[in-house]
Design a protein around this ligand. Sequence first.
Ligand code: AMP
Length: 182
Amino acid sequence: MGPPGAGKGTQAQVVAAHMGVPHVSTGDIFRANVSGDTALGREAKRYMDAGELVPDAITNAMVTARLNEPDAADGFLLDGYPRNSDQAVVLDAALTAAGQSLDAVVEIVVGNDEVVKRLLGRAATDGRADDTEQVIRHRLTVYLDQTAPLVGYYRGQGLLHTVDGVGAVTDVTERILAALAR
Ligand code: AMP
């Protein structure tokens, strides 16, 4: 977990490779569908471009299908999901039904000003449609309103590891791996 620009995607890729589990990023799956101009991509794009969450029915079905693929049978690293309490509840139910459970939740903490600075930098290099300043600020609001409350949900389950996301990419990776080793 972490606000947009916290480094979730970057860190999740490295940590998943280190642990030998698939990196399941809902944002990446949506973007692949947008690029491929699939029905799912056309539907998701409207929300993504506005910085809104894609509706839960679409997102939950997509994640559940992905986690049922054979490569996820022995573990996975979710990136960008769940993003609201309904998704968290659906995930818990899907995992319980599959005889699985979450081992850990990592929260990457980065302040608002730093996040906006990073995302505007990414906008200049990657050209993501949702990295304009107005959409960035809206995505941050959506994170604070809908996603941040999940920190308490997972802390209550004893799963939460909070990591400082400011510093070199490799330093942040070390902090995450150290937290997970505990
Ligand atoms: P991300 O790459 O994780 O920042 O996601 C980019 C965009 O994809 C988000 O701003 C949402 O529009 C959409 N998205 C990604 N994950 C989810 C999710 N779990 N629920 C709803 N929408 C999502």
